[in-house]
Write a protein that binds this ligand. Structure first.
Ligand SMILES: CC1=C(CCC(=O)O)c2cc3nc(cc4[nH]c(cc5[nH]c(cc1n2)c(C)c5CCC(=O)O)c(CCC(=O)O)c4C)C(CCC(=O)O)=C3C
Ligand SMILES: [Fe+2]
Length: 330
């Protein structure tokens, strides 16, 4: 194994959400995602149909492999997921067997919140607790405002603007999107609360600044889950498209700034659902690619590894929501 003489780490661990890669895996994957989270059965079955409509294959695992292939780091690279194979615990066991002592963790989520930060920290802790001799694992910092992430998203936003009919380009609205989360989770995100939305707005502003500082932009939400009785961040992207249409906006570029690869939430909720809504409304619509394997996003990972070892998030930051049983669970 080759090690940069200055590296504070002896391995890089990619930590991701995970997704099914064959039809039989879809339901067990979904059960892992929603265990104890109170997601209604109807919602789960609807989401199952989204996955089955794509052959039971989520693109996210392959996107992790592609990112790993593109990385240029002088460290052995490992990969483990929260919800599907390769499971984080199995990966940490392999790392221990290989003699890794101190790994950096790059999580495929850029923002603060329970779902996008604390839950991954908990996943890492649980995996380490299950593995005798597990290495120390240091989560790299949030990178939502890193120049590499912003440059990648700006490039992809320009391409999506260019893909609009020329007559619609000038007045097109940029609509940034991210995964909705419960309002209560948004309120407790980050050390002072509100960090998820604040970081998303910061990233959107930085991208717009690079693409076209004079252009109007909005932030809308997608992929709402949970029971209807629990408030989640709004407006939903489809409702927002209707409002923009009422306001006379004729063209929209959606920019899924809240995600780092074109996984199922992006391709179903934007390329299928939101695109159908735009079509119904007669609006021109394109969608920017996520960072994926953009060279500046890939080199960002190396830059994060070279930074001073980050401090761990404060213990009270992004607390877990109250867990609730599924409504139909016995
Ligand atoms: C903030 C956030 C991110 C971004 C940060 C990050 O990337 O981690 C994210 C990413 C993702 N979410 C994903 C899939 C799902 N999320 C669900 C449900 C939920 N997401 C939530 C939040 C987030 N989710 C929450 C609060 C829930 C409710 C249940 C709970 O409290 O945990 C459900 C259950 C069914 C439903 O949608 O109702 C599914 C299937 C996939 C995989 C896509 C693929 O397979 O390609 C990815 C990358
Ligand atoms: Fe999600």
């Amino acid at each position: 194994m080759v090690m940069g003489s200055t590296s504070a780490y002896d391995a890089l661990l990619i930590v991701s959400f995970g997704g099914p890669e064959k039809p039989e895996d879809v339901m067990p994957f979904l059960e892992n995602v929603v265990r104890g989270r109170g997601v209604p059965r109807e919602r789960l079955l609807a989401v199952e149909a989204h996955y089955q409509g794509f052959g039971g294959v989520s693109p996210i695992n392959q996107q992790c492999r592609d990112l790993i292939d593109a990385l240029d780091v002088d460290l052995p690279v490992y990969w483990g997921n929260r919800n599907w194979q390769p499971f984080l615990e199995d990966t940490v066991r392999q790392m221990a067997a290989d003699g890794v002592t101190r790994a950096a963790a790059f999580v495929t989520a850029a923002y603060s919140s329970y779902s996008s930060c604390r839950q991954y920290l908990d996943d890492i802790d649980r995996a380490r607790a299950a593995v005798p001799g597990a290495p120390e694992i240091v989560k790299l910092r949030h990178y939502y405002d890193h120049p590499g992430f912003i440059a990648a998203m700006a490039d992809h936003t320009r391409a999506a603007l260019d893909a609009l009919p020329a007559s619609e380009r000038g007045a097109a609205r940029l609509v940034f999107t991210a995964h909705s989360i419960p309002v209560s989770m948004a309120q407790t995100a980050g050390p002072q609360g509100g960090a998820y939305e604040a970081q998303l707005r910061k990233a959107a502003a930085l991208v717009t600044e690079q693409v076209d500082p004079a252009r109007s932009w909005d932030l809308a939400w997608q992929s709402r889950s949970g029971p209807p009785s629990v408030p989640w961040l709004e407006p939903d992207i489809c409702d927002h498209l209707e409002r923009l249409h009422d306001d006379g906006v004729r063209a929209v570029v959606t920019v899924p700034i809240g995600f780092v690869s074109d996984h199922m939430e992006v391709i179903y909720d934007l390329d299928v659902e939101a695109a159908a809504m735009a079509e119904k409304l007669g609006m021109a619509f394109t969608r920017a690619s996520t960072a994926g394997t953009h060279p500046r996003f890939v080199s960002m990972v190396s830059e994060l590894l070279a930074e001073p070892v980050p401090a761990r998030c404060a213990a009270l930051c992004c607390p877990a929501p109250r867990r609730r049983p599924t409504p139909d669970a016995s």
